[in-house]
Design a protein around this ligand. Sequence first.
Ligand code: MG
Length: 386
Amino acid sequence: MSHRQGLHDDGLAPYAALEATSRGRRHPEPAAGYRGEFQRDRDRIVHSNAFRRLVYKTQVFVNHEGDLFRTRLTHSLEVAQIARTVARALGLSEPLTEAICLAHDLGHTPFGHAGQDALNECMRDFGGFEHNLQSLRVVDELEERYAEFPGLNLTFESREGILKHCSAANARRLGDVGRRFLERRQPGLEAQLANVADAIAYNNHDVDDGIRAGLVSVDTLAQVTLFRRHHDAVHSAYPDIPSRKLVHETIRRMINDVVTDLIEETRRRLAAAGPDDIDAVRAQVGPLVAFSDGKHEEHLELKRFLRRHVYEHERVQGMREGAVRTLKDLYGAFFDDVALMPAEHRDIALRLESEQGPAGRARAVADYVAGMTDRYAFQEHQRVFR
Ligand code: MG
């Protein structure tokens, strides 16, 4: 099958997401003057309020614990940067890859996963809260930047990439972008790539942050095959290297190791499957962007280590309790009295309640709370409970 190549499709592989075969935007728009459609998506994300809020949202360590820890913003930039390298090497759309990476965490609550779990519990009777679904809601509904439509009106391919997982009930409700979860099809390669790059970024930067926070030592990390191999190589080549350089040089080599494996294994799988176009990619039984089995195991070992030694560390868990309490207090207070929210959110809550009943009110409260940065959530808590 051959395609008319779009103006911005030059040099891309046939299995990449091409503008020429894009499923387009929900609200049709005239073409941009100089930019491709996926560039335009990326730029809309960068200009959004939700994107700027990521700077004050916790990744693992609460923002005020130190200036060098990753925030959701720097995490998203690292994900995009890793994924762009791979996209280029594979002939995929770099702007689409970047758009998906920069948007993948837009729906995260304040206080990282603790915040998402708390809000999910609050919303249990009203369809729950899931940060990944919320990222799509942010770009489809919540951003207010255009006169003609709600949200950012991104292309189908960006929306498909942002929605990484989804229950059957939500998939039915979402229509086009949810259909693949019901039909068990894959997303495009750029979406698959963003997903793996997310894991590469956090698995490696959380080693760095974990050491910086004093939660793990280089000696403990030597249990992890991937870390040990590169650490030992650096140490024997540079026996007198200062410890900070040793850590950074080790992590740099770890990222290079897994990224190289990802490119090579994905090339092998693409060669074996031979998809002619993005629809052939979507029809595959499993993802084509993947690590080799050996690297997959090493990466999992690192992930398990981080869970035990960093995410479940009592200092990180201690932050969790405060976060859960703050968000549950805020949700409860606003749900009970929507007039406690700023006027525009109160009005949205009243409108959604008149349309959908209590579930509508709950959703408006969840949208407001989820949109908060860590520090804004603390400020709101002080305001409401002073
Ligand atoms: Mg992420």
